[in-house]
Write a protein that binds this ligand. Structure first.
Ligand code: ATP
Ligand code: MG
Length: 275
């Protein structure tokens, strides 16, 4: 059962068992978007090994200090897996760690963004059950889609649900049993090519057919843009480019990328976002 004692903040988990789909990049952009809207944000990085989100925030703090920018750096915590060899004890320990991190951030946050690691971990599964909104980015590829559903090699119709779909289902069941409101699951594609391809169309069709079956909202998501890879060392996001003097020069491609990201956030229908 899930029994968090305080629940002020809306919890957004960015999750996908598949690695490298843009979870940490999107988590950082989401945090900055919310913060720039005047909303209070907290962050939890569940990838204690890579710590991509924590490192991104660290780079942002260093940039702000060096350049005299008054960025707000969200309160954030890295929650590490338990080292216990006993499975039951490990699960209890991890549940306590994640719940404690959430409770610590809850009172000072309107939103808590949890960046989940790739792979299936107990911490990530609990984050999926605790999330009010789950955003799952996936690359524009049947290799990524295979974690949601398996497709027929000739017709590309989805024939069988797979492991990540099952994991989200388990999270939903746990929420339901605990009396929490239903999860809003949003799936978006990331790094889509701006050039038309048969593959892109087929992935689109497969996701469209899966959205009813798995009860997620399918959003177009983000195109492939080099700028996402360049911003990390400075801790900047697309949302900062007009606000800093010495960041990358704003191009039309950056403006288009920023528009795509804003559209994604609008379509998440987060409480307080459109007020
Ligand atoms: N829209 C995009 N266009 C171009 N590159 C992108 C885009 N989104 C993410 N990337 C790049 O893709 C790589 C993977 O992104 P990221 O680390 O955010 O994924 P992840 O899902 O958090 O990975 P992991 O599962 O390892 O935690 C990074 O190099 C990132 O800069
Ligand atoms: Mg990551």
């Amino acid at each position: 059962m899930l029994n968090l004692s305080c629940r002020n903040a809306h919890i957004i988990a960015i999750g996908n068992e598949k690695g490298g789909t843009g979870k940490s990049t999107i988590a950082m952009h989401l945090l900055v978007s919310l913060e720039q809207r005047g909303l209070r944000v907290g962050a939890i990085d569940l990838d204690a090994r890579q710590q991509s989100l924590a490192r991104y925030l660290h780079n942002r703090a260093a940039y702000a200090e060096h350049h005299g920018n008054c960025f707000q750096i969200p309160n954030h915590q890295v929650v590490a897996p338990s080292a216990s060899a006993d499975v039951g004890e490990r699960e209890r320990d991890e549940a306590e760690r994640l719940d404690a991190a959430l409770e610590h951030l809850d009172a000072s946050s309107d939103f808590i963004v949890i960046d989940c690691p790739g792979g299936s971990t107990h911490l990530a599964l609990r984050a999926h059950a605790l999330a009010d909104t789950l955003l799952t980015p996936l690359n524009d590829s049947f290799v990524d889609l295979d974690l949601l559903g398996r497709v027929n090699p000739d017709t590309y119709a989805v024939e069988q649900l797979s492991c990540y779909a099952d994991a989200v289902w388990e999270g939903r069941k746990l929420r339901n049993l605990s009396g929490l409101p239903a999860l809003d699951w949003v799936v978006c594609r990331n790094r889509t090519s701006t050039i038309f391809s048969k593959n892109r169309e087929r992935v689109d069709q497969a996701l469209t057919s899966l959205q009813k079956r798995l009860a997620f909202r399918y959003l177009p998501g983000l195109s492939e843009r080099v700028i996402y890879r360049e911003l990390f060392p400075k801790g900047l996001t697309l949302m900062d480019l007009t606000k800093v003097r010495d960041g990358p020069k704003l191009t039309l491609s950056h403006v288009a990328a920023r528009h795509e990201f804003r559209t994604l956030v609008n379509d998440l229908r987060l409480p307080g976002w459109n007020d």
